[in-house]
Write a protein that binds this ligand. Structure first.
Ligand code: TXA
Ligand code: MG
Length: 326
């Protein structure tokens, strides 16, 4: 049975943290809020707990997990931090940045968490409940997004329960995720940095901190560099039609900035990600909107969304949600 705690109520918060730490100690899974999306957390040092994460999500075992640490110092125990990594950590941790770094020569991270790679993905999250849990538990936590593998990420506790149900022992419900889209993943190798996955932290912010341009993200049609970056991901059940300027029969409409769309009145349902055209707001609402439209339509028309700022990550997720599935 899944136990759900309302982390915005002081009593429940303390009991929820205790129950979560106890469950983690028994190799069970805990859904934790982060500032990006909800994570499916497990003890990063426990092979049993890590195996349970892959099983619950139906995640292929070649797709490694992100290790969440309470502090930059704790990251130093599991990964090698060079000058570029230090600078990015200083600028953005705690926060929505994941660094892919060389694994520490000796670390207690369960080998399955890194899928046999020589690198490890690490992040120091900012969300207060998540930080408190990391502090209380005292060990790093692996935490992929708390959704079934390949499906739309979870930005509310209800999304987590709908996807994972009884596989999760404890759900810490802190309300809707503040950012709503995953962390930006930056690979740092020999002090060169490149984006592997666009996300909540914009390219411009990272380039500002580094004082130089980043290498381009790997093209979606070329080699898969982050093992989880398959073409189809973040996908609802419904089919997506991108860059739509009209609505066809039977389609729901995913709007942005109240654009002119032919036959908009004929849509099964309409959600505008941001009527005022704010890309940050649109990113926050994207996954919930996809789930909501998925519940009422088999096809979703999506208007064009600018690819600047947060729009880079939004367009990445939409492309993968629309990609052919195998
Ligand atoms: O915001 C986030 O990053 C959320 C929250 C819960 O922290 N987590 C998340 O995890 O999005 P997940 O597992 O859904 O996505 C992690 C991505 C996958 O695409 C995986 O392939 C990639 O990180 N990854 C993990 N380790 C890697 C490595 N060593 N090298 C390259 N990519 C890696
Ligand atoms: Mg994910």
């Amino acid at each position: 049975m899944t136990r759900i705690f309302d982390m915005n109520s002081p009593d429940d918060r303390a009991r929820g943290l205790g129950a979560a730490a106890a469950a983690l100690g028994e190799d069970r899974l805990v859904a934790v809020p982060t500032e990006t999306v909800y994570g499916l957390a497990a003890d990063a040092f426990s092979p049993t707990a890590v195996a349970a994460v892959f099983a619950a999500k139906g995640r292929p075992n070649f797709n490694p997990l992100i290790v969440h640490c309470p502090s930059v110092a704790a990251v130093g125990d599991v990964a090698v931090m060079g000058e570029t990594a230090e600078r990015l950590a200083e600028a953005f941790w705690p926060g929505p940045l994941t660094l892919v770094l060389e694994r520490a020569p000796v670390s207690r991270i369960a080998p399955a968490a890194t899928a046999g790679l020589a690198t490890v993905a690490v992040r120091v999250p900012a969300e207060p409940v998540c930080r408190d849990l990391l502090g209380l538990y005292g060990k790093p936590l692996v935490a992929p997004s708390a959704n079934v593998s390949g499906h739309v990420s979870a930005t509310t506790a209800a999304h987590v329960v709908a996807d994972l149900g009884d596989a999760v022992a404890v759900v810490l419900d802190a309300g809707p995720s503040a950012l709503g889209i995953e962390s930006t993943i930056v690979e740092v190798s020999d002090d060169a940095a490149r984006i592997l996955r666009h996300g909540a932290l914009t390219r411009a912010a990272i380039e500002d901190a580094l004082g130089r341009p980043l290498q381009a993200a790997p093209d979606k049609d070329t080699a898969i560099v982050a093992p989880g970056m398959t073409a189809s991901h973040y996908a609802p059940r419904a089919a997506l039609r991108l860059d739509a300027t009209s609505v066809e029969d039977g389609e729901a409409l995913l709007q942005f900035g109240g654009q002119a769309v032919a036959n908009a009145d004929g849509a099964v349902a309409v959600i505008d990600l941001s009527p005022s055209g704010d890309l940050d707001e649109a990113a926050t609402r994207l996954f919930a909107a996809l789930r909501d439209l998925d519940a009422v339509a088999d096809r979703i028309a999506v208007v064009p969304i600018p690819a600047t700022g947060a729009g880079e990550a939004i367009n990445d997720r939409l492309r993968r949600a629309a990609a052919p599935r195998y």
